[in-house]
Design a protein around this ligand. Structure first.
Ligand SMILES: [Zn+2]
Length: 403
């Protein structure tokens, strides 16, 4: 499923013509700041306009499933896109549109999962953010209080640790609120981090794998960003509450699992080398290595992130489509994070090439996702990525790397 699209020859190398040009932006000429060319930006803007038109024309009526309020595949993810469109100036009424989508979700909370992507904290965080921007203090405080009450679910024994629907996803929510909305009790954050570490140690395998932290989901030890250890470790780094040297050692052990291709397995025991997604494979691992490098400065982590980016360039144009979770937009974000960290414009160029592929959205014979308009599987995620490419140095994989 992670096969590259054979019709596009990626072995040619990179041709800057038409996508990037370099110009000196600092007077002392010490730093070269690459820019997307006017021609490319024009095409990018035109594609954003075209895809937004498609989303707004088609995502109405029975095409909206109001029973799915999640950020991952549901209505709150669309709301999050509109907050971004508002921020970047593309939709001046974006906050109102976001509210139209997310407000009904607050009446449909299920009190079953605490994570951002698939649980109640997604709609609560997105609503809190919109209310904050609209200066509605009572309402955002109410959302934050409800979010804090989800701690009980996050701490339950049968709650998994993963990003998608578990504790690390709840941890993300707390960091999201702390960064964008209001202060959060540090002890609450610490208690979730402690629980994740405790749980990780109980599945750890220091003898054969060397890892002290490992996690289980549905009886399996997953490694990728959505369900597995790489995503959880990224979030532990982001919390700033676990010793970076300790996490760095875990990252060193996980590095040993790399396939010859540069990709990483999705779970243990190691199976075949076929998935190159944010959810499973090297794109998700990239963020962990970048985070480890940022926190420790160890060059080995940066080298691993670059290795991941190389594997994404070779194998990351997917038949699964243009989305974030297991699609081209998500893989492009991994290239962008390597560009931001290394300042090597090769990776900006490659992310732009992936964007260029999205310019012909729906015309490559890729698989139609189950939730075709959603943030993580579908059109909204592609638009989110294309919009962020307008400012590539600040682009961050949403709902995961943007805290
Ligand atoms: Zn996926």
């Amino acid at each position: 499923m992670g096969k590259k699209i054979q019709s596009l020859d990626l072995t040619i190398g990179y041709n800057f013509l038409g996508i990037l040009y370099s110009k000196n932006t600092l007077s002392d000429n010490k730093s070269i700041c690459p820019q997307l060319t006017d021609d490319f930006l024009q095409k990018l803007n035109s594609c954003i306009g075209k895809l937004l038109y498609k989303l707004e024309k088609e995502y109405t009526g029975s095409n909206i499933n109001w029973n799915d309020c999640s950020v991952y595949t549901g209505v709150s993810g669309i709301a999050l896109l509109y907050v971004r469109l508002y921020d970047i100036g593309i939709r001046p009424d974006g906050l109102q549109t976001a509210l139209k989508f997310v407000e009904p979700c607050l009446q449909k909370l299920k009190n079953a999962k605490a994570s951002f992507l698939c649980g109640d904290s997604g709609p609560l965080c997105v609503a809190a953010l919109v209310y904050k921007r609209l200066n509605n203090v009572d309402k955002y405080e109410s959302c934050v209080n409800q979010l804090i009450n989800l701690r009980a679910i996050a701490m339950k024994g049968d709650t998994p640790d993963e990003i998608l629907s578990g504790r690390a996803g709840y941890l993300y929510s707390l960091l999201f609120i702390k960064e964008r909305v209001t202060s959060v009790d540090e002890e609450l954050i610490r208690s979730i981090v402690k629980e994740i570490v405790r749980s990780g140690r109980s599945y750890g395998d220091p003898d054969s794998l060397g890892v002290s932290l490992m996690f289980e989901w549905h009886g399996k030890r997953y490694l990728g960003a959505a369900h597995g250890v790489s995503g959880i470790i990224s979030m532990l780094f982001k919390s700033g509450l676990v010793d970076s040297r300790q996490l760095s050692k875990e990252v060193d052990c996980l590095r040993a699992l790399q396939f010859k291709s540069g990709n990483y397995p999705s779970s243990l025991p190691i199976g075949s080398d076929k998935l190159v997604h944010w959810c499973h494979g090297s794109p998700g691992f990239t963020f962990m290595f970048v985070e480890a490098y940022r926190k420790t400065g160890a060059e080995c982590h940066l080298k691993s992130a670059v290795d991941c980016a190389e594997s994404i360039w070779r194998m990351g144009l997917l038949r699964k489509g243009y989305g974030l979770c297991h699609g081209i937009a998500g893989n492009a974000y991994a290239l962008l994070t390597v560009y931001q960290t290394t300042q090597d414009i090769k990776y900006l160029h490659r992310a732009a090439k992936f964007a260029e592929f999205c310019f012909d959205y729906g015309k490559h014979g890729c698989k139609q996702p189950d939730r075709p308009y959603s943030l993580f599987e579908g059109l909204a995620g592609t638009i989110y990525f294309l919009v962020e490419l307008l400012e590539p140095m600040s682009a961050k994989f949403p709902s995961f790397d943007d805290v």
